[in-house]
Ligand binder design. Structure first.
Ligand code: NAD
Length: 547
């Protein structure tokens, strides 16, 4: 067995001997440990290279606390860093993990096997991140999870189990162009993060950036979202790496049918139920349902949600994410004692989520002063007319050219002063580069992963209320659940019933989240994640482990 090369940065010679001793007695593992008693020599040894993992104390003669970790981490590059310290401090632990530590271990609380496992896992995770899983979004989802896990002191076995998805399928699929000469081959994915809670559930995204890592991040967020809403689903997600806006309707249909065929074994009404996400809509869901039904020989409406009402879709599903987001903006405004009548909003993205959120905000008397899409942003300080925007997009596909407003860039739009900022397009929009210049009271996340960890912290320090994605955009999956229930019962609910149940579920989850945040002095995102992770953890522990 090849030994794992460990750099131990530890100022106490007694502790160093103890740690080496612990590692040398671990069965079926071999560690080759070199030590440094100071940070400066440790950094030099890192620069010389050759280590698989770094195990570092935080209190050293020439550096203390989080700063020690930050300096080791900055020098380490691709080499994973595990912290082993005598300081049993929850907030320091959370900050260290958030800053990129693979684990925060406390001396005296960890035995040799635990330590060896932490080192081995740190190496495995880093290897995986650098291979097919590599994606900033998956990194963000994992860091958010690890931070929450650290704060809630999640069982180490569960932490490792939940950090990567349970099942993934990567396919390549060909489809014919309309000229019937050219065949395009593209990558597609379906990822099921967790099979413990019931069937898995999650959208299908068509976008040119789709990758296994991105889909895995989205699947993980679906798990926490479903658990937080107390829906009987685990998280899943799928996607095809293609720009759907350049495809004709026939090409889109052929692509969808072939993709469905490739993932057929994985999906089913009791197994895994897709829904729309970015770049897909109810028409795509109808093709997916038809292809699945053709293959199994009878009509199976419950294999997808977000399908047209005439095929067994639910009233209110199409607008559910935007509607739910606005229910939650109302609840957040009430919490902050902010009067929404006459308040101003800026909405990034004018697709399913963004356009519906804009519509419902206008109904509440909020003045929407700017909206954007892939073609750019439109600004009008007197307020934009939502019906005029919708009819412009119906005729022109994009917002560009909308007459009643000034064209500005997407980046400028995010920094406009307003009460509510709704990111409802892509991930990674509010970052450490622009977070200081965001000038709103509430960031209401319609999109998945629009705010980076660094930006989250800046917004929190500046007193901006962040309504995190796992709560903010959960209206979609909640009404998808209603659609699935109606389908399995062959019964239809009215729009009023749907909306009132949606309101109850979302506001209840929001209140539980706020309550947890204030009881444990947490930011709202971490409180929401812990609320979801806790439920998953107890379900996993109740089911036991097979075999
Ligand atoms: P969509 O495809 O209907 O719309 C996406 C919008 O974003 C379009 O208006 C597009 O032009 C715009 N856009 C693309 N690139 C942009 C850019 N660089 N700058 C500004 N705008 C840009 O997608 P959707 O279903 O509305 O999804 C949007 C977000 O909401 C995604 O993050 C998705 O995961 C999330 N979400 C959607 C649902 C749902 O039910 N559809 C549910 C939960 C979360």
């Amino acid at each position: 067995m090849t030994p794992l090369k460990v750099l131990l940065i530890e100022d106490s010679p007694t502790d160093a001997v103890l740690i080496k001793g612990l590692l040398s007695r671990v069965p079926r593992a071999h560690f080759d440990v070199e030590t440094s008693e100071e940070l400066s020599t440790g950094l030099q040894m890192i620069a010389d290279g050759g280590f698989d993992v770094i195990l570092s104390d935080l209190t050293l003669p020439d550096s203390q606390g989080l700063e020690t970790f930050q300096r080791v981490f900055a020098a380490a590059g691709d080499v994973p860093v595990v912290v082993l310290t005598g300081t049993d401090d929850l907030s320091l632990a959370a900050q260290t993990v958030e800053a990129g530590a693979q684990s925060y271990l406390v001396k005296g609380k960890i035995d040799g096997n635990g330590l060896a496992r932490a080192l081995r896992y740190a190496i495995q995770r880093t290897d995986a991140e650098h291979a097919e899983w590599h994606s900033p979004m998956f990194q963000l989802a994992q860091q958010q999870f690890l931070k929450a896990a650290q704060i809630m002191d999640l069982d180490d076995n569960l932490r490792e189990r939940l950090l990567f998805p349970q099942r993934t399928l990567a396919v390549t699929l060909p489809f014919r162009r309309d000229d019937y000469l050219e065949v395009e081959t593209v990558f597609g994915y379906r990822v099921q993060h967790l099979l413990t809670m019931g069937p898995t559930k999650g959208g299908i995204r068509y976008h040119e950036d789709v990758s296994l890592g991105e889909v895995s991040a989205l699947a993980m967020w679906m798990t926490w979202k479903c658990a937080l809403m107390r829906l009987p689903f685990g998280g899943a997600k799928g996607g095809v790496r293609i720009d759907p806006t350049v495809l004709t309707s026939h090409e889109l249909q052929r692509l969808t049918r072939r993709y469905t065929t490739e993932i057929l074994d994985m999906i089913g009404p009791d197994k895994d139920i897709p829904a729309p996400d970015m770049g897909t809509n109810e028409r795509v869901m109808a093709w997916l349902m038809d292809t699945y039904s053709q293959q199994v020989g009878h009509t199976v409406p419950t294999v997808v949600t977000g399908k047209p009402v005439v095929l067994g879709g639910s009233h209110g599903r199409k607008e559910a994410t935007g509607r739910g987001l606005v229910y939650l903006i109302e609840a957040a405004a009430e919490h902050l004692e902010l009067n929404l009548r006459g308040a101003t909003a800026v909405v990034q993205g004018f697709g399913n989520v963004g356009s519906n959120a804009t519509r419902f905000l206008e109904e509440l008397g909020v003045k929407v002063i700017a909206v954007s899409d892939v073609s750019g942003a439109i600004y009008n300080p007197r307020g934009l007319s939502v019906s005029a925007l919708l009819s412009h997009v119906r005729d022109n596909r994009v917002l560009e050219g909308f007459p009643d407003g000034e064209p500005i860039s997407n980046a400028q739009m995010l920094e406009l002063p307003c009460d509510v900022l709704v990111p409802a397009a892509l991930q990674n929009q509010i970052t450490e580069q622009n977070a200081e210049r965001i000038q709103c009271k509430i960031v209401a996340e319609g999109a998945n992963g629009p705010t980076t960890l660094e930006a989250d912290e800046i917004l929190q320090d500046r007193g901006v209320f962040v309504l995190p994605d796992v709560v903010g955009n959960a209206g979609g999956v909640t009404v998808s659940y209603f659609e699935w229930v109606q389908g399995t019962q062959n019964y239809t609910w009215t729009l009023d019933e749907i909306n009132s149940r949606l309101h109850t579920i979302l506001v209840d989850a929001f209140r539980r989240t706020l309550d947890r945040a204030s009881r444990h002095n947490l930011d709202v995102r971490t409180a929401a994640l812990i609320e979801g992770i806790q439920r998953v953890a107890s379900a996993k522990l109740s089911r036991g482990l097979f075999p």
